[in-house]
Design a protein around this ligand. Sequence first.
Ligand SMILES: O=C1C[C@@](O)(C(=O)O)C[C@@H](O)[C@@H]1O
Length: 713
Amino acid sequence: MPTALPPMATPLLNETAAVSATAIPLVGPPTNNASSVLNIASIVENPAPESSNHSNGAVASSIDPPSRTVVIVFRPTQEHIVHLVAEVLGKPWTTETSLATLTKANDVVVAGVLAQDLVHSLEGCDRSTLVLINTHCVEDGSAPEDQLSEICDYEFLYSHSLFLRRYLTRFLSLILGQTRPHEDLRTKTRTNFISTTFPDVHAALPNLDILSVGSDAVEIRVDLLVEPSLEGVPGSVPSLKYVGQQLMLLRQHTELPIIFTTRCTKENGKFPMGDPTLFYKYLRRAIQWGVEYVDVELWLPEDIRRCLAETKGNSIIMSAFHDFSGSWKWTSPEAQRIFTESTKYADIVKMIAMVSTIEANYELEYFRSTVKNRGPGPLLSAVNMGQMGQLSRALNTVFSPITHPLLPMIAAPGQLTAAEINEALHIMGQLPKRDLYAIGSFRATPHSMFMEKCLNELGLPHTFSSIDRGPKGTMESVISQPQFGGASVNPPIPSSTTYIPSVSDAARAIGLIDTIAMRPTAEGSNGNGTSLIGENTAWKGIRSTLTRDYVPSAYRGRAAIILAGSETDASAAIFALRSLEVGPIYTVGFKAFGPLAVGLEPFTSIQSVKLVEQPFVIVSALPPEKSLLVQPLLRHYRTNGRSSPPSTRGKVYLDLTTGSRKGDPLGVATSAGWTAYGSEDVSAWTTVETLRLLVGQNVPFDFVRMASGRSLF
Ligand SMILES: O=C1C[C@@](O)(C(=O)O)C[C@@H](O)[C@@H]1O
């Protein structure tokens, strides 16, 4: 078995023989980020109350690298999955068979173990120092052995597709606690999830992007899946093998968190209730598969619910209670009892009842207020079913189940679409029409047409117009209009601008505002319970792009080079990299003086290049006429199997240059082995973030990217 446990900080440069193998910083070591005047980690992890309470889930609450050895259990001929995991984690790998010896070593690594050797390898091992992940390629139609699945903590089912790397990154980020989508969603003013009802996920794929506009999560109704070989067999449930494959397919095609539901026959589903351990088996596996949300029905025996809660890892448990009798009352002591019981083992409590009177919605709202008055605790997601219950579907703000006309059927009586909910809220005066703008040095752009398309799709009453920045004073007059509801601003304006009453911490640190958003406040500086805040979305777009193929901790402590025409052009990228706790940042083409300058090292001559260790990431924000200048660096630091062990090979190139550029830096980067991203990816993620800030709705990245075609929008 090959072993690759190289020292990670000293890879050789393969192009310049004279270059030392040892990393020698240019002028003494750059100041450690931790001691920089600006504590970015605290801005990122504890957003100030005034800053955005949305992000795309990419912001981790902790990006500590894994503190346990990640053990990848693989089948013969599938060793490449070990290398891929190591690359995504930015860790060296080994296929050392004795895990006991390995865990005594200081360095935490990725260890590959052949499935047949697992039991033997674990002998004498302290399990608490390991995270065991069973991996299984499903392409040959096989399923993992139950015994292996049960020994392991997690299980990764995969096929070789374009999406494998991203899907693996999300899986690892979640199970290692490096991205916590719920931390973000739980603070969002409203959240929706789309209840998909397809018997086969394949049927959903062509429309998944459009189906999930306005959704924060996608529910897979496992009980509604129909395994072809079992079609028509009464009382049958899809096998774990089939469910695993369907889930894999869904997750490869959406970046949204998944809700895994096995709805029972009594609650409008198809899972038979005779044997509760059947539910346990599927739900336990969902946790092992790293599903973000797991729906656990309240009727299940307490020991099953407790056991799932105790082993939930980083999955979120949604307790579910449905009553179809039509006589159940929100005002009854039973309702309070059910809520209390549900809170025992859940992060979100879902309570749903069939009703036939409009009053039942008022009763539900009263119930909701009593829960709010109880103070902190699990969130309540409560709606009524049936036509009479539709009002409550508009009023519920926590994980509202929604449908879409492209679904084969609604998942429950009275379900509404995201657009219908927004329209209802508007009619009830809960969602007043606002005027939104793209403020820039252009007129009616494709970008604003796209924004309008989104507003229509979401049934929002707002208008979206593009306006020129115009002469001094124009912005002030636009934002002071009574119907002004927010704007994206391109090019961004300085965060020192005085006419925007408050500025988020990130925008202040970056020095630029690219979005003006409304946020609710107690009094509101404009008299209607809202005030304006200057935000920066660009850094989030950059961070989301950087963490698509690498977990956040892969960046930690590793060197970066940023090329730009000015500090302003580079500042969002610097902030994003700092949020990932990169190591030294070397700058080319500019010298930084602002709040982000501490710890940046300028390259002063070609000699500097020779003295710098292998960078993990290069970002170019050069002006288009100078875009070519990054190419020699990309070639110089090229990825090479000879010079870097496979485990450390991955390196990231991000090209932020827009407009007609010179040369082909992305092409050069790709052929030199870099994982390369262009500005279109960043723009699409930034648009996702902008929409969240402006209208509070989630429009998935893939939809934005699809709508953008080749050039953005
Ligand atoms: O729990 C729920 C809510 C729901 O029953 C509804 O009423 O919309 C739809 C189900 O798919 C989902 O699991």
